[in-house]
Design a protein around this ligand. Structure first.
Ligand code: GEK
Length: 246
């Protein structure tokens, strides 16, 4: 069971200080659910989409898997598909906890596709013979200037008919819209029990760590990377998910 996220009740939000360490791991499912509007819908929907794109004999990537929420739904959705899921995360604390959760799922006899959990940087991922790659709120933590190359390598490694799911926090070109959407997001966090202080501290801690770009920047980059069609299939306030088809 995930603990309740009270991290920023006790921890000061030094600008740029946010890290995916043990303290975040302990509260992560609660933190992401109460912070990202739509997360609890996006995850199962990726499971649904995976059935359309994952092809037998290929690899499916979960990039920046954290505790494996997406991997666990895809594992179930693709149990009969002869695919291998490779779930990669750079945080040792996330990877260790995810391996425990996966062992629990195995011990409970949950059926599913085989999963390799890799502790590593997604900028080094080998995309050969893949049919689906998922970046569920991960690219936003990769330096902006390195995003194009990563997506181009993913596109090149995907087989015909393959796809990439990209979920991101976005920013808005128009200042007024940015302000309104931010207010509505903060209303969501208040409604889910975060105080003004917690919201302000977390926001400061994520400065220069989470780097949002506009919808246009994402769509253009995906097309430049070699995808032929990009569909924004989900948006709630500044939280978007795109499906890029090869
Ligand atoms: C979910 N997808 O629950 N290489 C590998 N992992 C990275 C990198 C990198 N370069 N940069 C950041 N990460 C998950 C949620 S969380 C989103 C993803 C959030 C990892 C980082 O360690 C963290 O676990 C994850 O990306 C981002 O569907 O916390 O907003």
């Amino acid at each position: 069971m995930s603990e309740k996220d009270t991290l920023f009740q006790h921890q000061s939000g030094d600008p740029g200080s946010f890290r995916f360490d043990e303290r975040v791991v302990d509260v992560f499912p609660d933190m992401i659910d109460r912070s990202v509007p739509g997360y609890s819908l996006i995850v199962p929907m990726i499971g649904q989409l995976s059935r359309r794109f994952a092809q037998p004999g290929t690899v499916v990537h979960d990039l920046g898997a954290s505790l494996g929420a997406v991997t666990l739904v895809m594992r179930r959705a693709l149990a009969d598909r002869d695919v291998r899921i490779v779930a990669t995360d750079t945080s040792p604390a996330m990877v260790a906890r995810f391996r425990e959760l996966l062992a629990d799922a195995d011990a409970n006899g949950d059926p599913g596709a085989p999963v390799d959990v890799v502790e590593g940087d997604i900028r080094n991922t080998d995309f050969t013979n893949s049919s689906l790659a998922v970046l569920n709120f991960t690219l936003q933590f990769v330096p902006v200037e390195e995003r194009g190359e990563l997506l181009a390598r993913a596109a090149a490694g995907l087989c015909d008919g393959g796809a990439l799911v990209l979920s991101e926090k976005i920013r808005f070109e128009d200042e007024g819209e940015q302000e309104r959407q931010t207010d509505w997001h903060h209303d969501y966090k208040r409604l889910h029990g975060y105080s003004e202080l917690e919201i302000a501290r977390k926001r400061a801690a994520l400065e220069r760590v989470l780097l949002p770009e506009t919808r246009d920047e994402h769509e253009r980059r995906l097309l430049d990377a070699g995808f032929s069609r990009v569909t924004r299939w989900f948006q709630c306030f500044g939280f978007c998910s795109f499906l890029a088809e090869k």
